[in-house]
Every structure is written in C-alpha cells, then in structure tokens.
Design a protein around this ligand. Sequence first.
Ligand SMILES: NCCC[C@H](NC(=O)CCC(=O)O)C(=O)O
Length: 446
Amino acid sequence: MPKHAVEANFDGLVGPTHNYAGLSWGNVASKSNVNAVSNPKEAALQGLAKMKRLADRGYVQGVLPPHERPHIPTLKALGFTGSDKAVLAAVARENPSILAAASSASAMWTANAATVSPSADTSDHRVHFTPANLSAKFHRSIEHVVTGRVLKSIFADDAWFAHHPALPSVSHFGDEGAANHTRLCSRYGEPGVELFVYGQVAFNEQAPAPAKYPARQSLEASQAIARLHGLKDSHVVFAQQNPAAIDAGVFHNDVIAVGNANTLFYHDMAFLEEEKVLADIRSRLTGTELQAVRVSSAEVPIEDAVQSYLFNSQLLNTADGMLLAVPGECREVSSVSRYLDDLVKGDGPITSVEVFDVKQSMRNGGGPACLRLRVALSDDELKAMHHGVLLNDALYERLTTWVEAHYREELSTEDLADPMLLDEVRKALDELTGILGLGSIYDFQI
Ligand SMILES: NCCC[C@H](NC(=O)CCC(=O)O)C(=O)O
C-alpha cells in the first residue's frame, strides 16, 4: 500500500555575507553583477518572505541555515596562518579572489545542497540524501561538509533516513545536486521516475559537450547517486542537457526545466534528445500520464528564459491544479510575461502564476527554485524529522528579528576582509543554531 506523502521545501536562509563576487563563470547573472554592492539584510528578508507566503498556503516549509563565512579553516588549509585577523589581512592582500570564494553565501541555493530520493523509490525504503560535491566551483566545493552535518541533524533517525558522503570531489564526478534532478510521479508517496540531467560524459571525450561554458554535472556522478540511493533502472532516466543551452548560460538544468508530480515544464532547447527523454519517462511512469508542457524558442527565446528565469520557478500542487511561483523578473521580459498570461488561460496542468521578489539572489543567478531543496516525506518520516526548522508564524517572527539584529544593509567585496564581519557572523550563527535547535554544526562551534 503506498503511503501518503507530502513535498516539503527546505529553503536556504541567506547568510550575512551575501555579496556579488562574480565567482561563477557560465552563470550570466553572477558575471554581470560582479562588484555590485549587495544588501544581505534585504536578501535574507526576501527569502524569508517567500518561505512565509508558501507556509501560509499550507505547504510544508523548512529552513536550512547559512554556512560560516568567511571560512577560516579553508583559508588555513591554503597556507594562511596566525590569528583569524591575520589570516583575513593576509588573504585580502595576497589574493582577494580567494577571500571572496571563502566568503560566499552560496549555500543559500539549496537546490544544489543535495540529491534526495524519497523512500517510495529506494530499495531499502528510506529517504536517501547525498550532499552535492559542487566541485565545478571552488567557492561551492566547500559547502558539502556542513551541508551533510545539517541534513544529518535534521533527518537524524536512521530507521527512516540514509545519508551518503558527497562523491569524490573532482570534475569526473561533478555533482550539483537537485538542480539537475527532478522527480515525476502520480502522487508523492507512489514510486516515481527520477530524471537525472547531466552536462557531459566525463569518461568519453568524444561525447557532445558545451564549447564555451563548463558542464558542471557528469553522467558518471548521476549514475553513482542512483546506485547509492538504490534506485531501480526501471525508475531512473538519465538525460543529457543540450550543450547549446549550457553555452547560452543554462549552467544548471533547473534554469530550463522544472518537474512536479506528472508535469514536466521545459524549454525546447533543454534536452539533447527531447523525444527520447519524453519516451523514456512515459515508459516508466506508472499510475498517471506525463503532462509535457513545452515552451518553444519561438514563444520564449532562450536568452529570455535565462534573463527571466522562467523555468527556475517552483511548480506546486494546489487544490485545483498547479501553481507556478515565478521570480519578479518574469514580468519584466515581455515574451515571458505574455507566455505566462496565455499559459493560465489554457487548459494545461499549470493553473496559476504568482510572482515572488528574490532580486538579491537573482543577481547572482538564483531564482525561487534554486533557493529550495525538495524532500518528499511520508507522514511517518515527517513525524520523525527535527521540527525546529519547520517554518510557522513564531519561527518566521524569530528569524526576521534575528536578521534585523545581525545583518548589514550594504556589503562590498572589500568589506569581506573586515574582522568585525567575521565576529558578527559567528555571533549570529551561534544564536541561530539555538533558534533552530540544531546543536553544533559549524567549525567554530566544534
Ligand atoms: N542554483 C543557483 C546557483 C547560483 C550560484 N551563484 C553563485 O555562486 C554566484 C556567487 C557570486 O558570483 O558571488 C552558482 O553559480 O552556483
């Protein structure tokens, strides 16, 4: 008997060092906003407002904490020595790019935190988690250790939850987590089809690959995760992302496609072999028919999809259809705004569209979907997880007050060397682990 299950969304709380350092070659927004002055307070409040609106509508909404940044242990591992203050001064003088990388608040994009397979799909009927190694970018490659600690602390009971370490941190096994993974199913508690989308085949130099920008996810990484999670071949599809899309700025598949339940919303340039991908999903999906909502390049050119982040939207079940939670930028790009008006007038599965303002994150290439990690949980699993991170009115109030008290309203890359910033961050995060009831998860607490 399949169990009743819900989809919980865990959003990354934006950290106090949110800044624009231009760290992500291949991510157009990150590059074009390099050295702009950020507003960490506004960023965190925008994220919390999104979480609150969805929680208020009855969705199970969780929070994942920011990571400690600047990360002194990373700088020490690179040979900077002495007191924290001396380390910051030396790295700022010798190589400010390394300081920026060790200071990024990029853990906010929790779609890249891990790949999660619900218990209905896995061979041991537990929920499986693998933190993403994010090996394509140095600033992101340092996230998986703390991500793993956080996930273990929240999903602690090994009767229900299984945790794997990140894959070997090298480009052959480059893994970007749920941003390149979506699950199609009839209901969340039924076995589904896990669609893994990769950018390159690492061990085959002849295979198609992008020419300009890096492919962050490899087929070999996706296959390893499917093995680790105990997924049957009959419930898995591996699909190559169109290299031309990566070269147009689609650095993750969730910039060009999003799936929920039986619906796949995607752009015609998303997949290298579109027809085969759809056929593979159709032949494996049980209990429902795939609803493929295809957006053509004639309706929305790929540049407009990248600029607006149309596909980096959350696709959520409602009582009478599905809601597409889009970033505000979708209303600023005329082809996309027109498309959305027509979409809800049609008789397809997507019945409503709502706009969310996450501009601070968008300027670094992260829309509503980047900011959340989806975890389908049965009623028992939901009961078994740590509830201190689930957003309710009281937690929203506490976190808003906490942000107001600890976050700056302006941050430039020069400010990252300020030793006061490090003190502010540690004080704030120490308080946060108390608020969320997570125990010691940061290096400075251990
Ligand atoms: N899923 C969205 C991820 C966005 C993220 N941006 C960044 O890391 C930009 C950081 C900066 O440039 O300061 C990335 O490219 O992985």
